[in-house]
Write a new protein. Structure first.
Length: 348
């Protein structure tokens, strides 16, 4: 990146780390580490206060590819691009399982780490950058962090138009120049990443729609609103009735809009944490502590199913105009999802 990193005390150039996900017919594949070594050690230390045993994150292994089943949408390339921004002080890698599922439904997903914002960013050469934003609390601090993130996301989309970059990020693009569909790019984020999605759409008209997973909103978009379609998806205690930024933002939305609320959830239900907690051998006491403060009691597999189902349905509406019944009103299959606000207006 040519721009100076505003957080770097040495005034170095900003450099972001990304992970890409694309659909693939792969069959059985070996497992791999959930996070790289330095990140695993850092997260182990960070979560010791929850009672997780040493080496927990170092021992986590996942399948980084999943068996692709036939889907009703494009499966031979021309994949719509989804950019993802995580919560503040949270690594992009903590959303791997959710984003992998979204990609398997016909999307090319790119998740981003914002250096000095994420708790740790581990680069390919092994060096790390630790976060410095854990204690931000004022509007000025949040808006400043948001501005840096928005520039990261627009820069990333710029890079998606560089053939050399695409070849490095997406190995499947070798010999397939039509792998990505860059005329239908959406943006998704959790927490401050959700606010980033909204503000980025406001300042960069290349995005056709966005999703905010449980993030308080900041920046000029709160009062200016958007003409692009947008989804707000909150936890069991988060709606526009409890968050003034959501209420103000919603009143200024001029296109299709939907607000959902997920029962039995907490803020980090919208990440891989519920699945990770369910997979770990932890005591009932530790599990209850984590559920109360981070993941809720909905359960990992159920949380993943609900969040990805509504996210995928929304993204398909944004890029194809296909409106699933899930977006039209309450579903018998998902009684844990409450419709807070829905608009029939479409601007696709």
């Amino acid at each position: 990146m040519s721009r100076t990193n505003p957080y770097d005390p040495k005034g170095g150039k900003r450099s972001i780390m990304v992970t890409t996900f694309t659909p693939v017919n792969c069959g059985s594949v070996p497992s791999s580490s959930y996070v790289p070594n330095a990140t695993a050690k850092f997260e182990d230390e960070s979560f010791q206060s929850f009672g997780l045993p040493p080496g927990t994150f170092e021992s986590l292994r996942i399948q980084t590819q999943t068996q692709q089943q036939p889907r009703p949408f494009r499966l031979h390339g021309d994949y719509p691009v989804v950019l993802f921004s995580p919560a503040v002080t949270t690594s992009r890698l903590m959303y791997t399982l959710l984003l992998q599922e979204i990609a398997s439904n016909g999307f090319a997903v790119v998740s981003v780490d914002h250096p000095y914002d994420a708790d740790i960013v581990e680069y390919l050469d092994g060096h790390t950058v630790l976060g410095i934003l854990a204690n931000i609390s004022t509007t000025t601090e949040y808006v400043s962090a948001l501005d840096v993130r928005v520039k990261d996301m627009s820069f990333l989309l710029d890079q998606m138009h560089d053939e050399k970059v695409i070849r490095n990020l997406f190995p499947l693009s070798q010999g397939n120049s039509h792998l990505l569909s860059l005329d239908r790019v959406t943006i998704l984020g959790h927490s401050l990443g959700g606010a980033t999605a909204a503000q980025t759409i406001l300042v960069d008209n290349r995005f056709v729609g966005g999703i905010n997973l449980d993030g308080e909103l900041w920046g000029s978009v709160v009062d200016k609103g958007l003409s692009s379609p947008f989804l707000l998806f909150g936890n069991a205690n988060h709606t526009q009735a409890t968050d003034p930024s959501w209420a103000r933002f919603s009143s200024h939305l001029r296109g299709w809009k939907l607000e959902l609320q997920l029962a039995q959830s907490e803020h980090y239900t919208f990440s891989d944490f519920p699945l990770l907690v369910d997979a770990l051998s932890v005591s009932d006491e530790v599990r209850q502590i984590i559920q109360a403060s981070r993941t809720g009691t909905i359960g990992g597999l159920r949380a993943k199913d609900v969040i990805t189902s509504y996210t995928i349905a929304t993204l398909q509406y944004f890029v194809y105009g296909h409106k699933s019944d899930l977006l039209s009103g309450p579903s018998v299959a998902y009684p844990d999802v409450k419709f807070i606000w829905i608009s029939a207006t479409a601007n696709l």
